[in-house]
Design a protein around this ligand. Structure first.
Ligand SMILES: Cc1ncc(COP(=O)(O)O)c(C=O)c1O
Length: 362
Protein backbone atom coordinates (compact mmCIF):
# COMPACT_ATOMS: atom_id res chain seq x y z
CA UNK A 1 0.00 0.00 0.00
CA UNK A 2 1.24 3.52 -0.78
CA UNK A 3 -0.23 5.54 2.12
CA UNK A 4 -1.56 9.09 1.70
CA UNK A 5 0.66 10.20 4.60
CA UNK A 6 3.40 8.75 6.77
CA UNK A 7 5.14 10.41 9.73
CA UNK A 8 8.92 10.05 9.48
CA UNK A 9 10.13 9.17 12.95
CA UNK A 10 13.76 8.06 13.21
CA UNK A 11 16.33 7.27 15.92
CA UNK A 12 16.87 11.00 16.67
CA UNK A 13 13.24 11.49 17.72
CA UNK A 14 13.23 8.28 19.77
CA UNK A 15 16.44 9.22 21.57
CA UNK A 16 15.18 12.75 22.25
CA UNK A 17 12.00 11.35 23.81
CA UNK A 18 14.00 8.92 25.96
CA UNK A 19 16.14 11.80 27.23
CA UNK A 20 13.05 13.71 28.29
CA UNK A 21 11.52 10.65 29.93
CA UNK A 22 14.75 10.06 31.84
CA UNK A 23 15.02 13.73 32.87
CA UNK A 24 11.92 13.64 35.07
CA UNK A 25 10.49 16.81 33.46
CA UNK A 26 7.91 15.46 31.07
CA UNK A 27 5.20 18.15 30.98
CA UNK A 28 5.88 21.72 29.73
CA UNK A 29 9.45 22.64 30.64
CA UNK A 30 12.82 23.48 29.08
CA UNK A 31 12.28 21.43 25.90
CA UNK A 32 9.04 23.26 25.15
CA UNK A 33 10.81 26.61 25.59
CA UNK A 34 13.64 25.45 23.34
CA UNK A 35 11.20 24.25 20.68
CA UNK A 36 9.32 27.56 20.80
CA UNK A 37 12.54 29.54 20.36
CA UNK A 38 13.67 27.34 17.49
CA UNK A 39 10.31 27.46 15.71
CA UNK A 40 10.14 31.26 16.07
CA UNK A 41 13.64 31.55 14.66
CA UNK A 42 12.79 29.14 11.80
CA UNK A 43 9.83 31.20 10.61
CA UNK A 44 11.62 34.48 11.34
CA UNK A 45 9.46 35.91 14.09
CA UNK A 46 9.87 36.95 17.70
CA UNK A 47 7.45 34.72 19.56
CA UNK A 48 6.11 31.19 19.35
CA UNK A 49 3.82 29.52 21.88
CA UNK A 50 3.44 25.74 21.72
CA UNK A 51 0.06 24.14 22.36
CA UNK A 52 -1.65 20.76 22.53
CA UNK A 53 -2.96 20.88 18.92
CA UNK A 54 -3.60 23.07 15.91
CA UNK A 55 -7.19 23.42 17.07
CA UNK A 56 -6.21 24.73 20.50
CA UNK A 57 -3.66 27.05 18.84
CA UNK A 58 -6.44 28.65 16.76
CA UNK A 59 -8.77 28.81 19.76
CA UNK A 60 -6.09 30.51 21.85
CA UNK A 61 -5.26 32.87 18.99
CA UNK A 62 -8.88 33.96 18.66
CA UNK A 63 -9.18 34.45 22.43
CA UNK A 64 -6.01 36.52 22.52
CA UNK A 65 -7.55 38.85 19.91
CA UNK A 66 -10.60 39.24 22.14
CA UNK A 67 -12.98 37.46 19.76
CA UNK A 68 -16.18 37.22 21.69
CA UNK A 69 -19.92 36.58 21.57
CA UNK A 70 -21.57 37.61 18.29
CA UNK A 71 -18.31 38.84 16.73
CA UNK A 72 -17.86 37.73 13.13
CA UNK A 73 -14.78 36.06 11.67
CA UNK A 74 -14.43 35.58 7.91
CA UNK A 75 -13.17 32.10 7.03
CA UNK A 76 -13.08 30.08 3.79
CA UNK A 77 -15.83 27.51 3.29
CA UNK A 78 -13.35 24.87 2.09
CA UNK A 79 -11.26 23.87 5.09
CA UNK A 80 -10.92 21.44 7.97
CA UNK A 81 -13.76 21.68 10.49
CA UNK A 82 -11.49 23.18 13.18
CA UNK A 83 -11.19 26.44 11.23
CA UNK A 84 -14.90 27.07 11.87
CA UNK A 85 -15.39 25.24 15.18
CA UNK A 86 -12.76 27.35 16.94
CA UNK A 87 -14.79 30.45 16.03
CA UNK A 88 -17.84 28.80 17.59
CA UNK A 89 -15.78 27.99 20.72
CA UNK A 90 -15.63 31.78 21.24
CA UNK A 91 -19.40 32.11 20.69
CA UNK A 92 -18.56 34.11 17.58
CA UNK A 93 -19.91 33.58 14.05
CA UNK A 94 -18.02 32.05 11.13
CA UNK A 95 -18.78 34.10 8.01
CA UNK A 96 -18.04 31.78 5.12
CA UNK A 97 -16.19 33.13 2.12
CA UNK A 98 -15.98 31.18 -1.12
CA UNK A 99 -12.63 30.02 -2.47
CA UNK A 100 -10.65 30.71 -5.61
CA UNK A 101 -11.32 27.89 -8.15
CA UNK A 102 -7.64 27.65 -9.08
CA UNK A 103 -5.81 27.87 -5.74
CA UNK A 104 -8.63 26.58 -3.48
CA UNK A 105 -7.71 29.37 -1.02
CA UNK A 106 -9.98 32.17 0.20
CA UNK A 107 -11.25 34.30 -2.71
CA UNK A 108 -9.88 37.75 -1.91
CA UNK A 109 -12.43 39.44 -4.19
CA UNK A 110 -15.30 38.13 -2.05
CA UNK A 111 -14.06 39.16 1.39
CA UNK A 112 -15.21 42.77 1.48
CA UNK A 113 -18.85 41.98 0.77
CA UNK A 114 -18.94 39.88 3.97
CA UNK A 115 -17.67 42.64 6.26
CA UNK A 116 -20.20 44.11 8.68
CA UNK A 117 -19.95 46.27 11.81
CA UNK A 118 -19.49 43.01 13.77
CA UNK A 119 -16.55 41.67 11.78
CA UNK A 120 -13.41 41.41 13.91
CA UNK A 121 -11.02 39.19 11.98
CA UNK A 122 -10.21 37.37 8.77
CA UNK A 123 -8.90 33.81 9.01
CA UNK A 124 -7.13 32.77 5.80
CA UNK A 125 -6.31 29.06 5.60
CA UNK A 126 -3.12 28.24 3.69
CA UNK A 127 -4.71 25.17 2.25
CA UNK A 128 -2.58 22.19 1.15
CA UNK A 129 0.59 24.19 1.92
CA UNK A 130 0.04 27.16 -0.39
CA UNK A 131 -0.13 30.61 1.20
CA UNK A 132 -3.31 32.59 0.71
CA UNK A 133 -2.78 35.83 -1.22
CA UNK A 134 -1.74 37.74 1.88
CA UNK A 135 -0.91 41.21 0.51
CA UNK A 136 -4.40 42.11 -0.78
CA UNK A 137 -5.92 40.30 2.20
CA UNK A 138 -3.87 42.38 4.66
CA UNK A 139 -4.83 45.55 2.75
CA UNK A 140 -8.52 44.73 3.22
CA UNK A 141 -7.92 43.97 6.93
CA UNK A 142 -6.05 47.27 7.41
CA UNK A 143 -8.71 49.26 5.57
CA UNK A 144 -11.45 47.90 7.87
CA UNK A 145 -9.42 47.63 11.08
CA UNK A 146 -9.59 43.82 11.25
CA UNK A 147 -7.19 41.26 12.70
CA UNK A 148 -5.68 38.55 10.53
CA UNK A 149 -5.36 35.15 12.19
CA UNK A 150 -3.93 32.58 9.80
CA UNK A 151 -4.73 28.89 9.88
CA UNK A 152 -1.29 27.61 8.91
CA UNK A 153 -1.98 24.03 10.04
CA UNK A 154 -0.78 22.81 6.63
CA UNK A 155 1.88 25.40 5.84
CA UNK A 156 5.10 24.85 7.84
CA UNK A 157 7.86 26.56 5.89
CA UNK A 158 5.54 27.94 3.21
CA UNK A 159 6.45 31.43 1.98
CA UNK A 160 4.72 34.52 0.62
CA UNK A 161 6.89 37.12 -1.13
CA UNK A 162 9.95 35.24 0.18
CA UNK A 163 8.82 35.59 3.80
CA UNK A 164 7.83 32.54 5.78
CA UNK A 165 4.21 32.21 6.89
CA UNK A 166 4.30 33.14 10.56
CA UNK A 167 6.79 35.97 10.20
CA UNK A 168 4.19 38.68 9.44
CA UNK A 169 0.56 39.54 10.21
CA UNK A 170 -1.06 39.36 13.65
CA UNK A 171 -0.65 35.65 14.23
CA UNK A 172 -0.47 32.26 12.57
CA UNK A 173 -1.48 28.88 13.99
CA UNK A 174 0.26 25.64 13.01
CA UNK A 175 -0.62 21.99 13.66
CA UNK A 176 1.79 19.12 14.31
CA UNK A 177 -0.67 16.30 13.74
CA UNK A 178 1.16 13.19 12.37
CA UNK A 179 0.05 13.72 8.76
CA UNK A 180 1.48 17.26 8.68
CA UNK A 181 4.80 18.33 7.12
CA UNK A 182 6.34 17.91 10.58
CA UNK A 183 4.87 16.32 13.70
CA UNK A 184 4.99 16.17 17.48
CA UNK A 185 2.33 13.43 17.73
CA UNK A 186 -0.40 15.88 18.64
CA UNK A 187 0.57 19.52 18.98
CA UNK A 188 0.35 23.04 17.65
CA UNK A 189 2.07 26.41 17.84
CA UNK A 190 1.16 30.07 17.49
CA UNK A 191 3.61 32.55 16.03
CA UNK A 192 3.39 36.31 16.42
CA UNK A 193 5.52 39.43 16.29
CA UNK A 194 3.30 41.11 18.89
CA UNK A 195 4.43 41.05 22.53
CA UNK A 196 0.95 41.75 23.84
CA UNK A 197 -0.55 38.81 21.93
CA UNK A 198 2.34 36.63 23.08
CA UNK A 199 1.75 37.45 26.74
CA UNK A 200 -1.99 36.96 26.47
CA UNK A 201 -1.66 33.62 24.69
CA UNK A 202 0.90 32.47 27.27
CA UNK A 203 -1.46 33.31 30.08
CA UNK A 204 -4.64 31.81 28.56
CA UNK A 205 -2.73 28.65 27.64
CA UNK A 206 -1.93 28.19 31.32
CA UNK A 207 -5.22 28.76 33.20
CA UNK A 208 -5.03 32.54 32.85
CA UNK A 209 -1.92 32.87 35.00
CA UNK A 210 0.20 36.00 34.86
CA UNK A 211 3.93 35.39 34.59
CA UNK A 212 4.84 38.05 37.12
CA UNK A 213 2.76 36.51 39.89
CA UNK A 214 3.31 33.58 42.19
CA UNK A 215 1.71 30.35 41.04
CA UNK A 216 -2.04 29.85 41.40
CA UNK A 217 -2.91 33.50 40.66
CA UNK A 218 -5.38 33.73 37.81
CA UNK A 219 -6.32 36.97 36.10
CA UNK A 220 -8.66 35.64 33.44
CA UNK A 221 -10.35 32.47 32.27
CA UNK A 222 -7.76 30.12 30.87
CA UNK A 223 -7.24 26.56 29.72
CA UNK A 224 -4.61 23.88 29.93
CA UNK A 225 -3.37 23.97 26.32
CA UNK A 226 0.32 23.44 27.17
CA UNK A 227 2.54 21.23 25.00
CA UNK A 228 4.53 18.54 26.83
CA UNK A 229 8.32 18.32 26.73
CA UNK A 230 7.90 14.84 25.26
CA UNK A 231 6.14 16.32 22.24
CA UNK A 232 8.52 19.30 22.07
CA UNK A 233 11.54 16.96 21.96
CA UNK A 234 10.07 15.30 18.87
CA UNK A 235 9.34 18.74 17.42
CA UNK A 236 12.94 19.92 17.82
CA UNK A 237 14.22 16.94 15.82
CA UNK A 238 11.46 17.24 13.19
CA UNK A 239 12.13 20.94 12.73
CA UNK A 240 15.77 20.20 11.81
CA UNK A 241 14.49 17.91 9.05
CA UNK A 242 11.61 20.09 7.85
CA UNK A 243 13.53 21.89 5.04
CA UNK A 244 14.55 18.50 3.58
CA UNK A 245 11.05 17.09 4.00
CA UNK A 246 9.58 20.11 2.20
CA UNK A 247 12.18 19.91 -0.57
CA UNK A 248 11.28 16.28 -1.22
CA UNK A 249 7.57 17.15 -1.25
CA UNK A 250 8.29 19.85 -3.84
CA UNK A 251 10.36 17.48 -5.98
CA UNK A 252 7.57 14.89 -5.89
CA UNK A 253 4.98 17.54 -6.77
CA UNK A 254 7.01 18.79 -9.71
CA UNK A 255 7.33 15.24 -10.99
CA UNK A 256 3.53 14.93 -10.92
CA UNK A 257 3.11 18.38 -12.54
CA UNK A 258 5.20 17.23 -15.43
CA UNK A 259 3.91 13.69 -15.85
CA UNK A 260 0.20 13.79 -15.03
CA UNK A 261 -2.05 14.25 -18.04
CA UNK A 262 -5.85 14.65 -18.34
CA UNK A 263 -6.32 16.06 -14.82
CA UNK A 264 -6.04 19.58 -13.44
CA UNK A 265 -2.82 19.75 -11.41
CA UNK A 266 -2.28 22.35 -8.61
CA UNK A 267 -2.16 26.00 -9.62
CA UNK A 268 0.50 27.93 -7.75
CA UNK A 269 0.44 31.73 -7.56
CA UNK A 270 3.74 33.43 -8.39
CA UNK A 271 4.67 34.97 -5.08
CA UNK A 272 4.40 31.82 -2.97
CA UNK A 273 6.64 28.93 -1.97
CA UNK A 274 4.27 25.95 -1.83
CA UNK A 275 5.16 23.16 0.62
CA UNK A 276 2.70 20.59 -0.76
CA UNK A 277 1.15 19.33 2.42
CA UNK A 278 -1.23 17.84 -0.12
CA UNK A 279 -0.99 17.40 -3.88
CA UNK A 280 -4.58 17.98 -4.90
CA UNK A 281 -5.92 17.46 -8.40
CA UNK A 282 -9.33 18.09 -9.89
CA UNK A 283 -11.12 15.35 -11.76
CA UNK A 284 -14.81 15.19 -12.60
CA UNK A 285 -15.22 11.41 -12.52
CA UNK A 286 -13.65 11.12 -9.07
CA UNK A 287 -15.43 7.93 -8.01
CA UNK A 288 -13.96 6.04 -10.92
CA UNK A 289 -10.48 7.28 -10.08
CA UNK A 290 -10.95 6.33 -6.42
CA UNK A 291 -11.95 2.77 -7.35
CA UNK A 292 -8.87 2.28 -9.47
CA UNK A 293 -6.58 3.81 -6.84
CA UNK A 294 -8.02 1.38 -4.30
CA UNK A 295 -7.54 -1.59 -6.66
CA UNK A 296 -3.92 -0.56 -7.09
CA UNK A 297 -3.33 -0.01 -3.35
CA UNK A 298 -2.65 3.70 -3.74
CA UNK A 299 -3.81 5.87 -0.85
CA UNK A 300 -5.76 9.06 -1.49
CA UNK A 301 -7.60 11.73 0.50
CA UNK A 302 -10.56 14.02 -0.06
CA UNK A 303 -9.85 17.33 1.67
CA UNK A 304 -12.68 18.03 2.08
CA UNK A 305 -15.72 16.03 0.94
CA UNK A 306 -18.13 18.75 2.09
CA UNK A 307 -17.78 22.51 2.32
CA UNK A 308 -18.07 23.63 5.95
CA UNK A 309 -21.53 25.16 5.59
CA UNK A 310 -22.95 21.69 4.74
CA UNK A 311 -22.39 20.46 8.31
CA UNK A 312 -25.57 20.57 10.38
CA UNK A 313 -24.20 22.83 13.12
CA UNK A 314 -22.83 25.26 10.51
CA UNK A 315 -25.72 25.23 8.03
CA UNK A 316 -27.18 28.48 9.27
CA UNK A 317 -24.00 30.31 8.21
CA UNK A 318 -24.37 29.15 4.58
CA UNK A 319 -25.43 31.46 1.74
CA UNK A 320 -25.81 31.43 -2.03
CA UNK A 321 -22.31 32.65 -2.92
CA UNK A 322 -20.35 29.54 -1.95
CA UNK A 323 -20.69 27.63 -5.21
CA UNK A 324 -16.99 27.12 -5.91
CA UNK A 325 -16.35 25.32 -2.64
CA UNK A 326 -19.48 23.24 -3.22
CA UNK A 327 -18.35 22.13 -6.69
CA UNK A 328 -14.72 21.64 -5.69
CA UNK A 329 -15.62 19.34 -2.81
CA UNK A 330 -17.07 16.94 -5.41
CA UNK A 331 -14.04 17.00 -7.73
CA UNK A 332 -10.89 17.32 -5.63
CA UNK A 333 -8.72 14.40 -4.70
CA UNK A 334 -5.28 14.37 -3.10
CA UNK A 335 -2.55 11.94 -4.10
CA UNK A 336 0.37 10.82 -1.90
CA UNK A 337 3.20 13.40 -2.10
CA UNK A 338 4.98 12.83 1.24
CA UNK A 339 8.78 12.60 1.54
CA UNK A 340 8.96 8.84 2.04
CA UNK A 341 7.69 8.07 -1.47
CA UNK A 342 10.17 6.24 -3.65
CA UNK A 343 10.69 6.68 -7.39
CA UNK A 344 8.74 3.48 -8.08
CA UNK A 345 5.78 4.80 -6.04
CA UNK A 346 5.73 8.04 -8.01
CA UNK A 347 5.91 6.15 -11.29
CA UNK A 348 3.10 3.84 -10.26
CA UNK A 349 0.84 6.75 -9.21
CA UNK A 350 1.44 8.53 -12.53
CA UNK A 351 0.85 5.39 -14.56
CA UNK A 352 -2.40 4.53 -12.80
CA UNK A 353 -3.83 8.07 -12.79
CA UNK A 354 -2.94 8.69 -16.43
CA UNK A 355 -4.46 5.38 -17.51
CA UNK A 356 -7.77 6.04 -15.75
CA UNK A 357 -8.11 9.68 -16.62
CA UNK A 358 -7.48 9.53 -20.33
CA UNK A 359 -11.07 8.31 -20.85
CA UNK A 360 -13.06 10.38 -18.30
CA UNK A 361 -16.49 9.12 -19.36
CA UNK A 362 -15.82 5.37 -19.35
C1 LIG B 1 -6.64 23.47 7.94
C2 LIG B 1 -6.55 22.88 9.32
N1 LIG B 1 -6.93 23.61 10.36
C3 LIG B 1 -6.85 23.16 11.62
C4 LIG B 1 -6.39 21.89 11.89
C5 LIG B 1 -6.42 21.39 13.31
O1 LIG B 1 -5.20 20.90 13.75
P1 LIG B 1 -5.15 19.72 14.84
O2 LIG B 1 -5.61 18.47 14.18
O3 LIG B 1 -3.70 19.68 15.23
O4 LIG B 1 -6.02 20.12 15.96
C6 LIG B 1 -5.97 21.08 10.83
C7 LIG B 1 -5.43 19.73 11.09
O5 LIG B 1 -5.92 18.72 10.78
C8 LIG B 1 -6.06 21.57 9.51
O6 LIG B 1 -5.69 20.83 8.47
Amino acid sequence: MIPIARPLIAEEEKQAVMEVLNSGIIAAGPKTLEFEKKFASFVGTKYAIATTSGTTAIHLGLLSLGINKDDEVIVPSLSFIASANTILFCNAKPMFCDVDPRTFNIDITKIEQLITSKTKAIMPVHLYGQSADMKPLQEIADKHGLFVIGDAAQAHGATYNDKKIGSFGNLECFSFYPTKNMTTGEGGIITTTDKEIFEKVNSIRNHGREKTKWGYEHDRIGYNYRMTDIAAAIGIEQLKKLPKFNEKRRTNAHYFDEKLKHVETPYVIQKVGHVYHQYTIKYKNRDKLINVLKENKIGYGIYYPKPLHYYSHLKKYGHSDLKISETLSEEIISLPVHPSLEKKDLEKIVKVVNRVCQHPDK
